[in-house]
Design a protein around this ligand. Structure first.
Ligand code: PMP
Length: 353
């Protein structure tokens, strides 16, 4: 703390991201990245752009990318906003739609960045307790004073709520914005984006970090009615005109255009996830039915904390949250079949000693 700090800095409690270790032989299953590299078409688009255009500012409106993303969901470019990772899109959304003095609601077990933004922007919040099986108590989100934000599938639980439940929440907050954070939706089923033309208070946020293998490029996006998108653009243009650089713009666009690659890698991850769920069960784990690119699991005999430590000693990183209610679970990102085989070998050793 310093006398030079603004009150905004003083009240921050920054988010702590999962460990990023650069070590060749480490099996990194802790930050829900895609184990497969991006499409070769992404790499090529970035190479060409780098050679030709890096001396020029990027497009401040990102129209081409917004059109391309919109096409996927039957939306116009005016219904799409793009930003530097969905984290930035979420931060802008807090500024654009939530007010100091009006408490917003989000689940008590959820993405731990939400309380960080709330504190930064001085927005009060209520943490709604999930049901004991981690499902959403839908009606507890009705008629919120300030708005609602929740991930679907939820993180770190991996559970997906069917669209009719999400629709109930949107319907029962007609005068407040409901943000559905769909970082993991491509590993689940239907996106709430299909309801955007029905509800002007619905904002759906997604990312290229997970299903499109672009965590390192930082491209997230939001979809909603033109007036919600305009609010986000007003915030961005009061902050930084060029939040996405030229490489990010062309790389993300190429990722959306290579649908075959996206379908193939996503299907592989889902297949591995189903296999991993069965095998963990055989080793005595309880695994929540995941619709994401990670699983949330606990073991009847060994604590999550010692499991995390033991795996780390063997060069395998998973995520452990030291938080009441979930401190007996580890979150394991789905890797390649080869990396998951290494996880299972190590788990078997740990569990027999
Ligand atoms: N929302 C959720 C639920 C997440 O788990 C993550 C990844 N940490 C994000 C948003 C942010 O992803 P990114 O900024 O890479 O788009």
């Amino acid at each position: 703390m310093s006398k030079f700090w603004s009150s905004m800095v003083k009240r921050t409690e920054p988010y702590v991201p999962g460990e990023q270790v650069i070590q060749q032989d480490i099996v990194k299953l802790n930050t829900n990245e895609n184990p497969y590299p991006p499409s070769p078409k992404v790499v090529e688009a970035i190479r060409v752009e780098m050679e030709r255009n890096l001396q020029l500012y990027p497009s401040p409106t990102a129209d081409d990318l917004r059109k391309t993303i919109g096409r996927q969901y039957g939306l116009a470019a005016e219904e799409v906003f793009v930003g530097n990772g969905s984290d930035e899109v979420l931060a802008f959304s807090f500024m654009a739609f939530f007010e100091p003095g009006q408490p917003i609601r989000f689940p008590d077990v959820t993405y731990s960045f939400y309380p960080v933004y709330a504190k930064l922007f001085d927005i009060p919040y209520e943490e709604v307790a999930l049901n004991t099986d981690f499902t959403l108590p839908v009606d507890k989100f009705f008629r919120s004073e300030g708005g609602v934000i929740l991930p679907n599938p939820n993180a770190p639980t991996s559970l997906y709520a069917e669209l009719d439940l999400i629709e109930e929440i949107v319907k029962n907050n007609p005068d407040r914005v409901v943000i559905i954070d769909e970082a993991y939706i491509d590993f689940a089923s239907r996106s709430a984006a299909e309801m955007i033309h029905q509800y002007d208070n619905l904002l759906v946020v997604q990312t290229t970090s997970k299903s499109r293998s672009l965590a390192g490029l930082r491209v997230g996006f939001a979809m909603g009615s033109p007036s919600l998108i305009e609010a986000l653009v007003r915030i961005k243009d009061s902050f930084n005109s060029y939040t996405l650089d030229r490489l990010a713009l062309v790389g993300a666009q190429a990722a959306f255009e290579d649908e075959a690659y996206f379908n193939e890698t996503t299907a592989k991850i889902i297949a591995t996830r189903e296999q991993v769920t069965v095998e963990l069960g055989q080793l005595g784990f309880t695994v929540l039915p995941s619709q994401a690119n990670f699983v949330f699991a606990r073991h009847e005999r060994i604590s999550a904390e010692s499991l995390y430590d033991e795996l780390k000693k063997e060069g395998i990183l998973v995520r452990y949250f030291n938080k009441p209610g979930i401190d007996n679970y580890v979150r394991i990102t789905i890797g390649t079949d080869k990396r998951m085989a290494r996880l299972f070998e190590t788990l078997k050793e740990i569990l027999t000693t």
